[in-house]
Design a protein around this ligand. Structure first.
Ligand code: PGA
Length: 270
């Protein structure tokens, strides 16, 4: 029986919460989202990783970082390496569009971050997505294809392979924090393109099995549009991930998708 793709809901807290309050918020979210069939991840700021990890012990909710440095160690003041996160996080977001915008991160740099994640056993959620002008001019798919191909070229230059547990988040930049969302069908088409580009690279697990999440103004009211698409495997949630009720609604909806996938996989096996 082919295993259905995992349904994943990851919360990106961005630069919100404090070490004093983060543990309680994480515990409240874990208690309100007890759906074991959904892989749940909370990505708080670095300084909140320890209290969030302590609060999430035994809940089944994983802890993720929001970024790692592209080098292993060295004279990089204020930066955090993937090795430093071992024991604090098991996942990391890389290549988020806010970092591409504010820190000038390139696809090549993101590829090096991916290598650091793999070396240290962190499961990466790599973000890709187009700007509004690119979507309007019909270049959205070419933009995302270009991002993936530059990332793959850098991996190949480094002699590194795509990790088998990679997750891609398709996040149209114009949908992040704006209240605008992509259409489910457009996000699904992009997920197909992402699987095709990475599958063509011949990497294990990069084709049909690759989880692709949607991100950009996901709430309990907008999640259905995306999870109704068989090509979309969950969401990377920003603003709404700080709200317990919102996360409860999003994860409950994701649980329906996970249950439907398990049922159809079971039926196919009979
Ligand atoms: P948003 O952010 O849900 O607040 O739009 C999503 C993200 O940046 O990952």
């Amino acid at each position: 029986m082919t295993e259905p793709r995992q349904v994943i809901i990851a919360g990106n807290w961005k630069m919100n919460s404090t070490p004093g309050g983060a543990g309680q918020l994480a515990a409240d979210i874990a208690a309100a989202t007890r759906v074991d069939s959904v892989s749940r991840v909370i990505c708080p700021p670095y300084v909140c990783l320890a209290p969030v990890g302590a609060a999430l012990g035994g809940t089944g909710v994983a802890v993720g970082a929001q970024n790692v440095h592209s080098e292993s160690a060295g004279a990089f003041t204020g930066e955090v390496s993937a090795a430093m996160l071992v024991g604090l996080a098991t996942w990391s977001i890389i290549g988020h569009s806010e970092r591409r915008r504010d820190q000038g991160e390139t696809d090549e740099l993101v590829a090096r971050k991916l290598v650091r994640c793999t070396e240290n056993g962190l499961r990466a959620i790599m973000c890709v997505g187009e700007q509004l002008a690119e979507r309007r001019s019909g270049k959205a798919e070419a933009t995302v294809r270009g991002q993936l191909e530059r990332m793959l070229a850098e991996l190949s230059r480094l002699g590194a392979a795509l990790p088998v547990d990679l997750v891609i988040a398709y996040e149209p930049v114009w949908a992040i924090g704006t209240g605008l969302t992509a259409r489910g069908a457009d996000a699904a088409a992009m997920a197909q393109l992402i699987r095709a580009v990475l599958g063509d690279a011949g990497a294990a697990n990069a084709g049909a099995d690759l989880p692709v999440l949607y991100g950009g103004s996901v709430t309990s009211a907008t999640i259905d549009e995306f999870l109704a698409e068989p090509d979309i495997d969950g969401a990377l949630v920003g603003g709404a991930s700080l709200k317990v009720d919102e996360m409860a609604g999003i994860v409950a909806r994701a649980g329906l998708t996970a249950a439907a996938r398990a049922k159809s996989a079971g039926a196919a096996a009979r």
